[in-house]
Design a protein around this ligand. Sequence first.
Ligand SMILES: O=P(O)(O)OC[C@H]1O[C@H](O[C@H]2O[C@H](CO)[C@@H](O)[C@H](O)[C@H]2O)[C@H](O)[C@@H](O)[C@@H]1O
Length: 264
Amino acid sequence: MALPFFDHGAARVAALVRPGMLCAFDFDGTLAPIVADPAMAAMPDNVLRRLLMLQRHAQVAIITGRALADITLRLDFRPDHLIGNHGIEGWADWERWSGGYQRLCAHWHARLIVALRDTRHFDPAIVIEDKTLSLSVHYRRVRERRNTEIALRALFAGLLPEAHVVTGKCVFNLLPPDAPDKGDALAGLCARYALPSAIYVGDDDTDEAIFRRHRADWLTLRIQDAAGSGAEFFVPHQRDLLRVLDTLLTHLAGQEPIRHGAES
Ligand SMILES: O=P(O)(O)OC[C@H]1O[C@H](O[C@H]2O[C@H](CO)[C@@H](O)[C@H](O)[C@H]2O)[C@H](O)[C@@H](O)[C@@H]1O
């Protein structure tokens, strides 16, 4: 069970936070507030300012479910590491071995487009986000979410080869079954760059691939607690991210916390 970060996290932060560590974040719902239209998601300036300050003392990574082509356009800074498509995209050699994933996703995409044309069974507000190496099937704007979830799950169960389906916020993510996940991505970064420790902040089921690893050199934090989450700590709201970043800055740089308020 995850513990409230601001009540119970101090000792772990003091033990793990040190210069040169990795500070890694999910994007949607973590660095950027959730909005109804995925195309409108953006990181607020007060988050950007803190990430830039963090980069003076630590390496900053973003590990997102979005495609790299998409996330790159949404960032006004260059993170030290950027991994897309839930852990698949962004490695030095990923293009060499990702052709199979592209073909698989193109095949699923074609099947889903045909099936979703049947508006007796599927709400026309369902939207497929084609990310080349994975698909996201969004249903935020449908009339009946519960029925839509049931109908979509039945549709996905008929896909061959079978997809690895990860739920999210009004979305089903369809991933190649043998693809690396976010846990592999974070472990890969730590190993490749010999990083002394890592903190990871995420908000979603796709981040559980990191949370459930329970490594002593990782501190994991979920935005909004969830039953069964493997995260070590949680904070209740996305807006609490600012205080989390300030806590890290205070430990990394001995910096006075930034005042919270309208101008923060
Ligand atoms: O791993 P993440 O960076 O959190 O990406 C997860 C998915 O985020 C996006 O969808 C979610 O955010 C949208 C914007 O706030 C929201 O409209 C949608 O309902 C959410 O599911 C993104 O569109 C997906 O590709 C990511 O997989």
